[in-house]
Design a protein around this ligand. Structure first.
Ligand code: C2E
Ligand code: CA
Ligand code: CA
Length: 770
């Protein structure tokens, strides 16, 4: 198979040229051959004519001589006197003049008077008429003879003169006409005269093949006539033929040179055509080959070498298009590579790059630190301010990190709100410096279009390769640390053994929680709330309890934040509210006029249906709203004060009481506190638990209570663990209290029992006091 276009082009070009030349050569060859044949035919016809004319000339010669002879007086007398000697000498004399070969003198009745040859022919059969030249066979030879009567005045004799038609004559003919002449008897193959060479002559004489075929086999063109048909012939024998023949080869020879010349020219043209084809093919194929090489290079991903095809034709244009394509691909590839390795938003190296970088450092057995910085609740930021602000904030965060990490740290963006810094060596000082610097820098608000945004950051860090030997587990552990930092409300937490297990437990909790809610495997416990002045039980705080078969007891501190993160919290809150309402309804029916406090999380405040849901729930069970307190932590309110204020106001308008839980741990300023639609402040147990022994806590609680009263808020203290604390708080004019000193949170039946016991005890004390 011919594979290259170039070879195909050369072959077809050459084949075409060869075909054209072959056809035209064939035409020339045919034409010249036909021409040669026609020329031969004409030559032979001319030969015949020349032969006839020659015969005529010779006949006239013979006739003149014969006439001179017969008018010779002495000769006539010699005949009359039968003077044999004179007759013969006269015959010889006259005959020699023209070189006759045959001389016969016959009596009027045909008797031979004198003769060179024995002639059986009877001239007297012609009468006294003269006989012009004719051919006749005499003694196995052909002669052209002329017979004339000798008159004195009567016919006294017939004189016959003749030339022999022999090889010599044939040769003469050949010299005159260029054609061979052959007298032959077709049946006996006796050759009487011929100019043909001995070899041909022998072949003709010896072979029985038909004459035309035989001559043709000798490459002779023939024109033959039966001698009998000739006007000059005296023989009746139709087997006697006169054959004119000409050598085809000889005739063709002049055409042969023409053909040869044509062939040479054709070959020359063919060579030129081949050269031209090679040249053209190269002219076409070399740019194609060049472009093919370039395309292959592009295919192998080499976009660096430019494609230069400096031509003004279509190939040049194609090359130019190729070059443009290369530039386009190259630019796009660079862009793709950049995008593969970088985060579009911040321009920082992305997760891919980070993983590669970390993996390569681990492979080189380098040491260093991984610091992962996470923006807390960034999803909320996005939800509240929109994606655009979120993006701008991310950009600003990236910039701030870049500005503060210094050249020892390699900064990248791991995911949406996670940034990772890698240090080039393991230096504790450098790590400490970075964390201090970042904490300070990130606690400053971010300004976007004259609005300030305060974001919360948490960091997890660890040293490698100590803590893990693959990039993925290092990053995962840093993420776990950052989550711990958030849980523990610290800026940065270092990785410690066991964090993985805790993390795993958290994952299991997240997985198990939805079914626990669905299948009612949660429980509500109730902790009594008492009036400080007299210790009367006025209500309960509902607290969630979950005991899972696989996970054991799961504390609300553990699963509530997770439920907030996964969005499960909404279902959880609904469950808690319904369960609390049901219980309250039951107690009311039993005549226990208790109030209930329900904990809401920050996420619940964003739920638009919240107010309707609670109002309906309470109404259905005939629970007056003012017996329901909704506890919201200070930090939940501070996350989005505007939204929280709006929602709390709605709830309050519906009649519910609002308590600000864990007060003192968040950062609510006095001004903000004033604006918040709350009914009571619930002091965090951190200030209460040790109040009896800590002057500082005491001072804080005292001023907080004073402030609350100033603002017209009721106060609740949680975490009363000893009687002294109760009394202290009572003296500080705190309104309500709860704590282990009175009771831990209990399931409803146990709570009811406790209540019975407590009230009985209370009465006892009162009696004692009385
Ligand atoms: P909290 O709202 O501050 O709830 C009071 C927590 O203090 C309860 O922990 C309670 O058992 C504990 N406590 C009460 N008295 C004392 C005491 O004298 N000493 C000490 N050391 N602790 C005391 P608990 O039940 O483990 O709940 C922890 C937190 O989980 C709650 O803090 C609350 O924020 C959250 N939580 C519990 N139930 C729910 C719920 O139904 N919904 C929501 N959103 N959060 C809940
Ligand atoms: Ca609470
Ligand atoms: Ca609390």
């Amino acid at each position: 198979m011919v594979r290259t276009f170039r070879t195909r082009l050369i072959i077809s070009f050459t084949a075409l040229a060869a075909l054209v030349l072959m056809v035209s050569f064939g035409a020339v060859w045919l034409a010249t051959s036909q021409q040669s044949e026609r020329t031969l035919e004409r030559e032979l016809e001319v030969s015949e004519r020349v032969f006839n004319e020659l015969m005529d000339v010779r006949a006239q010669q013979l006739q003149q001589t014969a006439e001179v002879l017969t008018t010779d007086f002495g000769f006539r007398e010699a005949i009359a006197s039968k003077d044999q000697n004179t007759i013969i000498s006269a015959l010889v004399n006259h005959g020699e003049r023209i070189g006759t070969d045959l001389m016969v003198l016959q009596s009027p009745v045909g008797e031979e008077i004198a003769a060179t040859h024995a002639m059986s022919w009877q001239p007297q059969s012609l009468g006294s008429q003269r006989v012009s030249a004719q051919l006749m066979l005499v003694e196995e030879s052909i002669f052209q003879v002329v017979s004339v009567p000798v008159m004195a005045p009567d016919l006294i004799a017939w004189a016959t003169l003749g030339f022999e038609v022999d090889d010599e004559f044939a040769t003469l003919m050949r010299q005159l006409t260029h054609a061979d002449i052959t007298f032959i008897n077709d049946s006996s193959r006796a050759i009487y005269a011929t100019s043909l060479p001995a070899q041909a002559r022998q072949k003709i004489a010896s072979e029985a093949t038909e004459l035309p075929t035989l001559f043709a086999s000798l490459n002779l063109a023939t024109h033959s006539s039966a001698l009998a048909d000739l006007p000059i012939a005296a023989t009746e024998d139709s087997n006697m033929l006169l054959v004119f023949s000409a050598d085809r080869q000889e005739a063709a020879s002049e055409f042969r040179t023409l053909q040869q010349q044509y062939l040479i020219i054709a070959l020359a043209i063919l060579v030129v055509a081949v050269l031209l084809a090679v040249f053209t093919a190269r002219m076409i194929s070399s740019p194609v080959a060049q472009l093919t090489r370039s395309a292959k290079r592009l295919g192998q991903g080499d976009y660096s070498s430019p494609i230069t095809l400096t031509r003004n034709d279509e190939f040049g244009a194609l090359g130019h298009a190729f070059e443009q394509m290369r530039q386009g691909i190259s630019a796009r590839e660079q862009q793709i590579v950049y995008q593969l390795e970088h985060d579009i938003l911040t321009g920082l190296p992305n997760r891919n790059s980070l993983q590669q970088e970390l993996a390569s450092r681990l492979k080189k057995q380098q040491r260093g630190h991984v610091v992962l910085v996470n923006i807390a609740r960034f999803r909320e930021v996005n939800d509240r301010f929109g994606q655009l602000v979120g993006d701008e904030l991310l950009h600003a965060v990236a910039e701030r990190l870049r500005d503060n990490c210094g050249s020892h740290w390699w900064l990248s963006r791991l995911a949406g709100d996670e940034f990772v810094l890698l240090s080039h060596k393991q230096s504790e000082t450098s790590l400490k410096n970075l964390l201090t610097q970042l904490q300070a820098a990130l606690s400053q608000p971010f300004w976007l279009a004259e609005t300030s945004y305060l974001l919360e950051f948490h960091a997890g860090y660890l040293a490698f390769p100590n803590v893990g030997d693959d990039a993925d587990s290092l990053l995962r552990r840093a993420q776990i640390c950052a989550r711990f930092a958030k849980q523990q409300k610290q800026f940065a937490v270092v990785y410690q053994q066991g964090m993985d297990e805790q993390h795993l437990r958290r994952i299991q909790i997240v997985q198990a929680l939805p079914s626990a809610v669905r299948e009612n495997r949660l429980q509500l416990h109730f902790q009594p709330k008492l009036r400080c002045t007299d210790g009367a039980v006025i209500g309960v705080e509902a607290l969630l309890r979950w005991r899972d078969d696989a996970l054991g007891v799961v504390r609300p501190d553990e699963f509530i934040p997770l439920a907030e993160q996964t969005g499960e919290i909404n279902r959880l809150t609904r469950w808690v509210c319904m369960a609390a309402f049901d219980q309250l309804q039951l107690w009311h029916e039993q005549g226990r006029q208790l109030s209930v406090a329900i904990n809401l999380s920050a996420v619940d405040l964003q739920w638009d249906e919240l107010v309707a849901f609670l109002t309906e729930g309470a109404q259905q069970r005939g629970i007056p709203c003012h017996l329901v307190t909704l506890e919201v932590t200070e930090s939940a309110v501070m996350l989005d004060p505007e939204q929280a204020i709006m929602r709390l106001q709605e709830l309050r308008d519906s009649g519910f009481k609002i308590a600000l839980d864990d007060y003192g741990t968040g950062y609510a300023s006095l001004g903000q506190l004033k604006r918040l639609p709350v009914d009571e402040l619930k002091l965090d147990r951190a200030f209460i638990q040790d109040i009896v022994h800590s002057d500082v806590d005491m001072a804080i609680v005292r001023s907080t209570l004073a402030l609350a009263h100033q603002l017209g808020l009721a106060t609740v203290a949680e975490g009363i663990e000893e009687q002294a604390a109760w009394h202290l708080l009572r003296d500080l004019r705190c309104d309500t209290m709860q704590g282990f000193y009175f009771s831990r949170p209990l399931a409803a039946p146990q709570f009811e029992q406790w209540l019975v016991d407590y009230q009985a005890n209370e009465q006892l004390v009162q009696k004692e006091n009385q």
